[in-house]
Design a protein around this ligand. Structure first.
Ligand code: NDP
Ligand code: ZN
Length: 176
């Protein structure tokens, strides 16, 4: 039953993100990202809580597609909706303010939301190391790493394996 639910969640996310691409020059299909975040949690973070894995699969649906929180609650329940809501930026705010709030609010998140956020940052930083997004200067990449380190600072004490992997990346860039 859990397995079927997880597959349905992945399918829902794939349909929602179908027209989107990542920012890398290859324009990788967007869905690679939420699936990769869920895999990091399961494989590297040893997370087996299905709500967290569903939260990972759905984490960018409301922020980046027309998906509503109501839709998520109806299909996947209020706990999953809650996780997605915790990791969704308010698109009504200017980008700089959204970035600032991620740093300020990280320590206040639930453990489940913190797990999704850690894996999301880990995936994105690895993605930046793999290839630089179109139009990004090296300075912008450095700024992103610095900002991500500030967010991760507020998420610590949540999952040792994931935090260790993030620290490796920060050390490579002399951030910590
Ligand atoms: P972001 O810096 O927020 O873009 C990064 C986000 O894009 C990631 O968090 C990730 O979010 C998503 N993403 C998609 N594809 C990739 C990929 N291949 N690798 C990594 N991340 C990817 O970009 P914005 O355009 O939103 O700009 C935000 C800020 O950047 C602005 O506030 C501005 O200050 C700054 N900026 C700096 C510049 C500079 O030259 N220094 C120039 C322009 C802007 P997710 O996981 O949610 O998909
Ligand atoms: Zn994401």
């Amino acid at each position: 039953m859990d397995l079927q639910l997880l597959v349905s969640t992945a399918n829902f996310a794939a349909i929602k993100h179908k027209d989107q691409r990542r920012k890398d020059p290859d324009q990788t299909p967007y869905i690679n990202h939420p699936i990769g975040v869920a895999e990091i949690l399961s494989k590297e973070g040893n997370v087996s809580d299905i709500e967290v894995l569903q939260g990972a699969l759905l984490h960018d649906t409301v922020e980046d597609t027309e998906t509503t929180f109501e839709e998520i609650e109806e299909l996947f329940g209020s706990n999953v909706r809650g996780i997605v809501a915790e990791v969704t930026d308010d698109k009504g705010l200017p980008k700089q303010e959204r970035k600032r709030l991620q740093v300020v609010n990280a320590p206040k998140k639930s453990k489940k939301a913190k797990l999704v956020k850690l894996a999301d940052k880990l995936y994105n930083l690895r993605d930046l190391n793999r290839s630089t997004p179109s139009g990004w200067s090296q300075e912008r990449v450095e700024e992103y790493f610095q900002w991500a380190a500030n967010v991760v600072q507020g998420l610590r004490g949540t999952n040792e394996a994931l935090e260790k992997e993030l620290d490796k990346l920060f050390k490579e860039r002399n951030i910590i």
